[in-house]
Design a protein around this ligand. Structure first.
Ligand code: DX5
Ligand code: ZN
Length: 241
């Protein structure tokens, strides 16, 4: 898994083209910026880049949809200034339709909303795409898969939560594996599958085998002191089948 995508092509790859690049070279481990050292994001991004990650997963939490608060547009904009890598922004917020333009302006490449938190998924997903971003739809472990299947044509990505959104370091919920396998067969071909929560050396292979293209990892990277070691160990487990 040595291939490194050159994101800073200078020719200004479009935001959705970045996701196509990721699809072509999937599966990928995406570090989730929740448990990282926010006191030195520059160094964190440098270390993750050295570790060979190809995209970043940003966990935005509003204290309403989830009982936790993290960050918003200013941090996304700050990260945009640090890296050309795709910013995969996971909106864990009520009424995300209110902030689509602002996260676009902050530099999000992928914007993922929760089906449990949005009154009109189609309108919001279309708005995200109209602005040139890739549109993602997420569901929590207790939310049935058929809550998102009617909207998959409007999506570039489906985010299957393997923990209840809100915190890092939780235990992997295998219900995600069933959803991934069902989605792998049922989804429109272009939709990327992403899994998020409790993904580590014990669970990552099953996730890839169940069909995950993007595997979000928090504590299994940020709780280790050597990111390169952690990422390469996870990548070595990403064989398919
Ligand atoms: C939880 C977030 C996840 C979380 C993953 O609400 O969406 O991205 O940070 O962290 P781990 O890998 O520690 O479960
Ligand atoms: Zn997340």
């Amino acid at each position: 898994h040595g291939l490194r995508i050159r994101w800073n092509t200078g020719s200004g790859m479009s935001r959705r083209q970045k996701l196509l690049e990721l699809r072509q070279t999937a599966p990928h481990v995406l570090p989730s910026l929740l448990l990282c050292n926010f006191g030195n994001l520059n160094r964190e991004i440098e270390q993750l880049d050295t570790a060979g990650v190809q995209a970043l997963h940003l966990d935005v939490m509003d204290g309403n949809f989830v009982p936790n608060i993290t960050y918003g547009m200013p941090i996304v904009a700050g990260l945009r200034g640090l890296t050309e890598m795709p910013l995969d922004v996971h909106l864990m917020m009520e009424g995300p339709e209110r902030y689509v333009e602002q996260f676009h302006d902050a530099g999000a490449d992928v914007l993922t909303i929760h089906i449990e938190a949005v009154p009109d998924p189609t309108a919001t997903l279309r708005r995200i795409r109209d602005l040139g971003m890739a549109a993602g739809l997420a569901l929590n472990p207790d939310t049935p898969l058929d809550s998102i299947t009617p909207f998959l044509d409007e999506c570039d990505l489906a985010l299957v939560m393997s923990v209840q959104a809100g915190f890092g370091g939780q235990k992997f919920n295998p219900v995600a594996l069933q959803k991934l396998s069902e989605l792998k067969d049922a989804k429109p071909e272009h939709v990327l599958l992403e899994v998020d929560g409790g993904v580590n050396v014990e669970t990552i292979s099953q996730c890839a085998e169940a069909g995950a293209d993007l595997l979000v990892v928090g504590s299994a990277i940020f709780k280790q002191n050597d990111y390169t070691e952690a990422v390469s160990q996870l990548h070595s487990l990403l064989h398919r089948g």
